[in-house]
Ligand binder design. Structure first.
Ligand SMILES: C[S@@+](CC[C@H](N)C(=O)[O-])C[C@H]1O[C@@H](n2cnc3c(N)ncnc32)[C@H](O)[C@@H]1O
Length: 283
């Protein structure tokens, strides 16, 4: 069994890299948090009033609010699709994905991980980062990419062509249900499950199901640890992203994954960010 101290020590360089980037990049989050309430109040908020890191969120909020006002939410609205595509190209989004994967690969080496499991793989952006980093390090651990939506088969299919040497499989898994026998047969313990922005779209009760298949978690969801919500939290509920409170998450995590390391604790202390952005937990 690994102690928190061992993981902390082995991840110290990555933690510093994360701290330096996030403090600089998201340090002004409060300016945006306050402005986002004015957006909700339909007051004018100019782009140059808020830090550049949040411009895309402002754009997204405006579109979602406009749809809300018109009484019809449409996932196929081209503006929404364009914004989602632009978000994946933003420096923080890319850096965050790279970091989730770097941490996962480092822990895999330390803990002798035999299977990687990804949940909510969606457009397979994070899956792509994992395959690229594994190929670069010449460390091809079997990877099972899952999502509740069958579209994952198509998206990951493209990656199979790009990385023919990878041991990559896809399984449909709604994490609100226990993993299927098909999935369980494919995983060899120790299994490391990594993810980004999925639990907010499901529910933390999924942890019980996740625990049946995974031994180590690298969670890139944003758990609110202050209890205070902002304008953007309320608006993004409309696109299915529900705030998850750490006070609700913690007891369930304690039951199934009692060893925990809040990877971004120093960031939280330094800039008072209301969300835990990276949490590592293991059995
Ligand atoms: C915001 S996307 C994140 C995509 C990907 N993780 C990334 O970071 O690029 C959320 C994903 O969660 C998936 N999802 C939502 N609810 C789910 C559930 N109950 N079980 C499995 N996947 C789910 C959606 O289908 C979607 O692909």
């Amino acid at each position: 069994m690994f102690t928190v101290e061992v993981f902390k020590e082995k991840l110290a360089d990555l933690e510093k890299e994360y701290f330096d980037f996030v403090v600089k990049h998201l340090g002004q989050w409060e300016v945006w948090a306050e402005a986002s309430q004015r957006v909700v109040n339909r007051e004018e908020v100019k782009e140059d009033e808020i830090p550049e890191a949040f411009h895309m969120e402002l754009k997204m909020m405006r579109v979602v609010l406009e749809m809300q006002d018109l009484g019809k939410f449409d996932w196929n609205d081209p503006r929404l699709k364009e914004i989602f595509a632009e978000i994946t190209q933003m420096p923080f989004y890319k850096f965050f994905g790279e970091m989730v994967v770097k941490i996962s690969l480092r822990l895999a080496t330390i803990a002798g991980v035999k299977t990687f499991l990804e949940i909510g793989a969606g457009k397979a952006n994070l899956t792509g980062i994992m395959l690229r980093q594994m190929s670069k390090e010449n460390k091809l651990i079997p990877l099972i990419a899952t999502d509740a939506q069958p579209v994952i088969l198509e998206n990951v299919g493209k990656l199979k062509d790009e990385y023919p040497q990878a041991n990559l499989e896809t399984v449909i898994w709604n994490i609100m249900e226990p993993p299927s026998d098909e999935l369980l047969k494919k995983v060899t313990s120790p299994t490391l499950l990594y993810e980004r922005y999925t639990l907010n779209y499901a529910n933390f009760k999924a942890m019980e199901n996740v625990a049946r298949a995974a031994d180590i978690l690298v969670l890139g969801d944003w758990f609110n640890h202050t209890g205070k919500l902002y304008g953007y939290d309320e608006v993004f509920k409309n696109i299915g992203a529900n705030p998850l409170f750490y006070k609700d998450v913690k007891p369930i995590l304690d039951d199934y994954f009692p060893n925990q390391y809040i990877f971004d604790q120093r960031v939280l202390d330094a800039i008072k960010l209301p969300n835990i952005t990276l949490l590592i937990a293991w059995k």
